[in-house]
Design a protein around this ligand. Sequence first.
Ligand code: NAD
Ligand code: TYD
Length: 339
Amino acid sequence: MKTLLVTGGAGFIGSNFVRHVLETTEDLAVVNLDLLTYAGNLENLTDVEGDARYTFRKADVADPVAIAAIFEETKFDYVVNFAAESHVDRSILDPGIFVRTNVMGTQVLLDRAKAAGVERFLQVSTDEVYGSLGPEGAFTESSPIQPNSPYSASKAGADHLVHAFGHTFGFPVVVTRCSNNYGPYQFPEKLIPLMISNALEGKSLPVYGDGKQIRDWLHVRDHCSAILTALRKGKDGEVYNIGGNAEMENIRVVELILEALDKPKSLIEYVTDRPGHDRRYAIDPTKTREELGWSPSYTFEGGIEETIRWYLEHRDWWERVKAGEYRNYYERMYADRGA
Ligand code: NAD
Ligand code: TYD
């Protein structure tokens, strides 16, 4: 049995990844390390709590003392770093926490993981480090790094540090860069869950600017299978782009959601654009397909239908998240477990 440290495992993609690893492997034990910020919700993982291969530890990736203690306690074979501040709009309001968590947190983890001699450190990054595209073309792994928001700049800083550890110390690192994820357990501040939940609540759907910005949608389960594949089969020092072959204008995504829920288009409200809003992202997934043998299994049409159904069936989950009540969950479930 090998031990995998997953940071940020109580968030959207991290919780799907923890479940994916436990469901699809028999040789990996998972330690989920998460600070449980507003975006971290242990309720996402109630179904795996009893699994003997799963442990939770509450800690801050940017706290060197806490992270050193966790590495002292457990011998990790692999690290997959999801922990981050992840929302572009929040990074515009308060860039500082993005640098602390995303850059310094990555450095603290790299220091400890290197000292512990882990076999592989996988950094979960984003296509947003490449900046914005015009109407043609797609990001490859060698596209220039040109981040535009404080969020993407902090992720780019982390990517550079990860590569520097690989280059300088011969430390075994892999970086994955994916497009916009969607699927179950996504915090309803991001476009798709916000629009689904607002529509279900009969609230207006705020579309930034002209709504013609393009994102390349990737189902979270496809993303998880790609990360596990890159962890097992990737080459040290390499970057792998992960995409879902599903480019779409934001306004079309919103219209599809309204059509699926049988809600009127009059709920759409065009609002002031996001400052510095990237116009278009698109992933060229050729390298990942050819070198790792991975490609997505979801179409956007199938994935969005399944996602809408999930939000319809889990109204209690997102209503609690929106109300902020999930903060109490950790205290209730874990205070007496010494986590
Ligand atoms: P999320 O905001 O849902 O989850 C982030 C998790 O990190 C939360 O559980 C939070 O509690 C935890 N966290 C935050 N600060 C921490 C700290 N200091 N110490 C420990 N834990 C901390 O984010 P997500 O959408 O699941 O994204 C996960 C990763 O994937 C991030 O690194 C993000 O940059 C990257 N990514 C996300 C997308 C996307 O579409 N969501 C796309 C590309 C890349
Ligand atoms: P988001 O989900 O925040 O992801 P990112 O900014 O990382 O791509 O936003 C996706 C797209 O949707 C982006 O172009 C901004 C737009 N958007 C809106 O139009 N309205 C909203 O309320 C939100 C949250 C996003």
